[in-house]
Design a protein around this ligand. Structure first.
Ligand SMILES: Cc1cc2nc3c(=O)[nH]c(=O)nc-3n(C[C@H](O)[C@H](O)[C@H](O)COP(=O)(O)O)c2cc1C
Ligand SMILES: [Fe+2]
Ligand SMILES: [Fe+2]
Length: 383
């Protein structure tokens, strides 16, 4: 597919895989993007996932026919992009791998390739004759070897996973579409890149002076007209510029904590507070995580379970912790039968995570009734 005369898309959509990284659901699929830069010489920027060897090679041939690939640029070594490096080397035995020193042992470790590798440093250029590639390191977005490739003649940055998104790209026109990708971009960010907000901020500062006119990420659409929206959204997520609203997530075995959750949501909505409710037993936690990255408040519902927090809710709390989510307003609630501990345990964790416990929480014994559980009271600090 043609992005410009000199830049071609040779990636593909994956509508078969159920879970990305065997963890994150893909209700709308995902794309593995790879690009050719065609000058006097030809460079391939990253490859694709292992299952797509045939499609990948045929996409490349469709663009360049019998011409050879001179360089394989490796921006990122996660196997969703690196799995076909050895296939490329076999098909194009003279192609030089161009990457930074941190990627070199990973290339050998994953792909068994160690020869004909050109190691480049920060800011170094590679000439393709009439077009240039320049390399900038963006370590820990989201692996240590990650870098971006800048093509000044095309004002295009090949950004790796930065600015990437879940969701397959429309066949035939993969440029822009921020509104319809925003939710899946946020869930991608929260699930995979979210722990690295500070390094994303550093990377944004590094690429800011480049006067970028096109972003070619490794997942999701190519960004042109909507660059400012996409960069602005990434900036907001990585700098935790939060919107007012509540991510209300709960788990429940027998429905009592669930009823309490619904009463809290109704109370917040009655008062026009944005409330995004997630049932952690029905949904993968990445959907709630995405909202936890957007909103300034988190309310959790958990029954007491073996004197602890109900495991699906604890898993969500652990996911927040692992991503360094902090500075949220917080409250917890839940049902118990003989000795309620879940609310207290969640509050303790919230304090450790630098959350502000806006309400001390409400637990109630056995079945839910509005008399036992005062949704108005727990919702009040969030209104
Ligand atoms: C395996 C299991 C362990 C439990 N452990 C505790 C406990 O340690 N302390 C307690 O008070 N209740 C405990 N309970 C009772 C639940 O907290 C109680 O049934 C609660 O009402 C469930 O809320 P739900 O309807 O939202 O699922 C346990 C229940 C189960 C099934
Ligand atoms: Fe990655
Ligand atoms: Fe990726």
């Amino acid at each position: 597919m043609r992005i410009s005369e000199r830049i071609r898309y040779v990636g593909m959509n994956d509508l078969k895989t159920q879970l990305f990284e065997h963890q994150w659901p893909l209700p709308y699929g995902v794309s593995y993007n790879s690009y050719l830069v065609i000058g006097d010489k030809i460079a391939l920027i990253d490859t694709a996932a292992a299952a797509y060897e045939d499609i990948f090679l045929s996409n490349i041939k469709e663009e360049i026919g019998e011409r050879k690939i001179d360089y394989l640029v490796v921006n990122h070594m996660e196997p969703d992009h690196s799995a076909l490096q050895a296939v490329i080397r076999k098909e194009y035995p003279d192609c030089t791998i161009v990457t930074n020193a941190k990627a070199v042992p990973m290339i050998e470790g994953y792909q068994g390739l160690s020869d004909n590798i050109q190691i480049i440093k920060e800011g170094e250029c590679l000439s393709l004759g009439n077009v240039t590639l320049q390399f900038f390191m963006i370590p820990m977005v989201h692996w240590p070897e990650t870098m971006v490739t800048w093509c000044p003649e095309e004002r295009t940055v090949f950004s790796g996973d930065a600015f990437g998104s879940f969701k397959a790209v429309p066949e035939g026109s993969l440029i822009d579409g921020f509104e319809c990708f925003r939710d899946e971009m946020t869930r991608y960010y929260a699930s995979i890149v979210g722990k690295y907000g500070q390094t994303v901020q550093a990377a944004l500062k590094k690429v800011a002076p480049l006067n970028i006119e096109r972003i070619c990420p490794t997942h999701g659409p190519v960004w042109e007209k909507e660059i400012s929206e996409v960069v602005g959204w990434y900036d907001r997520l990585s700098a935790a510029k939060l919107e007012r609203g509540v991510c209300l997530a709960y788990g429940s075995m027998y429905g009592n904590t669930a009823k309490a959750a619904k009463s809290v949501a109704a109370e917040l909505e009655k008062n026009r507070v944005v409330c995004k409710m997630h049932d952690l037993c029905e949904e993968n936690l990445s959907f709630a995580l995405a909202d936890a990255f957007i909103y300034d408040s988190i309310i959790l519902g958990s029954p007491t379970y073996n004197a602890g927090v109900f495991p699906p809710v604890q898993a969500f709390m652990d996911a927040l912790k692992a991503r360094g989510v902090k500075n949220r307003r917080f409250a917890a609630f839940g049902s118990f039968t003989w000795a309620g501990t879940s609310v207290k345990l969640l509050n303790n964790q919230a304090v450790e995570m630098q959350f502000e416990v806006a309400h001390n929480g409400l637990s109630f014994a056995q079945g839910y009734t509005p008399e036992k559980f005062d949704a108005e009271e727990i919702a009040k600090p969030f209104i």
